[in-house]
Design a protein around this ligand. Structure first.
Ligand SMILES: Cc1cc2nc3c(=O)[nH]c(=O)nc-3n(C[C@H](O)[C@H](O)[C@H](O)COP(=O)(O)OP(=O)(O)OC[C@H]3O[C@@H](n4cnc5c(N)ncnc54)[C@H](O)[C@@H]3O)c2cc1C
Length: 395
């Protein structure tokens, strides 16, 4: 990667902060029922990030944003611990929400909702997915059942949402609903809302395989939520379009953070394999183990290159929908292989919470599903390949 000196300097500061300050917090017992760090712990780490000058490091003082290629070198470093993105305010879903608000929000909406997020004073949640059991939006967002209708100067939203990361404890919500109004019927709308709101009720926070995201992934009921019309993000009926603006960079930033985590898991596995003896020699001298570490090195490099390639495409101003699909599949699948090999190299220790490797393995498993499951990305790529072939052959 060749990126700007400013990004390399920020990345170096972030790495020092994560290694020296954040990693010791991995032993801190302050966790919520979901196993994620409590807000109290997050705010304490953020104070230290602020003091170290690494809070929200991808957003510049001018309000601008690092380029995607620059963001990559910074977010990879913030990901060296699962706590790093929380401490540095580079975490999901806030990072994606900050990006979207920066692109589409009006000056008033930015002042009210974006500023507290950038300053790391508030968390946000993105409400798109709906319960599978009720036939709601999942892999296919067009199945959205949550509705919105106009009522004077307000919109009224009704529906249920599922897997809403961080809804519990968030101060800002971006809620998606399908319009029932004639001029935007069937199109989606996005609204900014203050949370908590009595009309958005958290029904349930399921236990999930991952445990890095404060508040977990809630199922919520939205009953007659009244939102002033000026809290609509952008235009009525354009919500799916805005989701696309958010989706590619958000997918890619997940790749960046989890790559950082897998770099760390690999470091721990390498250390184990160089110290641990079996059958008269260190593990790394057993070809089976050495090969696993070599394959990790190759997968790590491929993941880095895919991220850099896709980031370069986004930096041209392209939505990068196809490229981010390809990168998301390649990186999430590579990271799963890496995390699995790290666990294997470390034997029984690999499945215990004595190291962070076990958590990283769980986290990247979930990443193969959110922001589009692998199969959905491959399916849409296959459709594109078919379209191209048909166009070329006149079918
Ligand atoms: C940890 C986590 C955090 C999340 N956070 C949020 C959040 O903050 N906000 C939010 O709105 N959503 C969130 N989600 C939801 C996430 O975006 C959905 O889980 C995802 O879109 C898949 O939808 P689904 O779970 O309904 O799976 P389904 O739509 O039921 O799909 C199940 C499986 O079917 C297969 N499949 C589906 N379509 C195809 C196809 N065309 N071809 C081949 N196979 C296919 C895939 O293997 C897929 O995994 C989160 C999910 C998780 C796991």
């Amino acid at each position: 990667m060749s990126v700007s000196d400013r990004a390399l300097a920020i990345a170096a500061r972030v790495e020092t902060f994560v290694r020296d300050v954040v990693i010791p917090y991995e032993q801190d017992p302050r966790r919520d029922h979901h196993g994620a760090p409590t807000d109290d712990l997050v705010m304490e780490m953020r104070e230290r990030a602020r003091a170290a000058g690494v809070l929200t490091p991808h957003v510049l003082e001018s309000g601008g944003h690092l380029t995607q290629r620059e963001t990559a070198v910074v977010l990879i470093k913030s990901g060296l611990s699962p706590l790093g993105p929380l401490a540095c305010n580079t975490m999901a879903p806030d990072e994606g929400n900050i990006y979207l608000l920066g692109k589409v929000g009006s000056p008033d909406l930015k002042q009210r909702f974006l500023t507290p997020l950038v300053e790391g004073r508030a968390r946000s949640a993105f409400f798109m997915t709906e319960p599978a059991a009720e036939g709601g939006a999942g892999s296919d967002p067009s199945m959205m059942q949550t509705t919105c209708r106009r009522d004077g100067n307000h919109w009224v939203v009704n529906g249920r949402k599922a897997f809403i990361t961080g809804a519990e404890g968030a101060k800002v919500g971006i809620v998606m609903a399908k319009s029932t109004e004639a001029d935007s019927a069937g199109g989606a709308c996005m609204f900014l809302v203050d949370l908590p709101d009595p009309a958005i009720r958290i029904e349930h926070v399921p236990n999930t395989i991952d445990s890095s995201m404060p508040g977990g992934h809630a199922t919520v009921a939205i009953d007659d939520l009244r939102i002033p019309a000026d809290q609509m993000l952008g235009e009525a009926g354009e919500g799916f379009q805005y989701a696309q603006i958010r989706l590619s960079p958000a997918r890619l930033s997940h790749c960046m953070r989890w790559l950082g985590c897998c770099i760390r898991a690999h470091e721990i596995a390498v250390d184990y394999a160089n110290r641990r003896m079996a059958f008269g020699k260190t593990l790394i001298d057993h070809e089976g183990v050495g090969f696993m570490l070599a394959e990790n090195r190759i997968d790590l490099k491929q993941a880095e290159l895919m991220i850099d390639w896709c980031a370069g495409v986004l930096d041209t101003g392209s939505l990068g929908t196809v490229e981010s699909s390809m990168a998301k599949v390649a990186v999430s699948e590579a990271l799963m292989r890496i995390a699995d090999r790290c666990v294997q190299v470390m034997g029984g220790t690999g499945v215990t919470d004595q190291t962070v490797v076990e958590q990283i393995f769980r986290e990247v498993r979930a990443f193969r599903i959110y922001d589009g499951p692998t199969e959905v990305h491959k399916w849409s790529l296959a459709k594109k390949i078919r379209r191209e072939w048909r166009a070329e052959h006149g079918h």
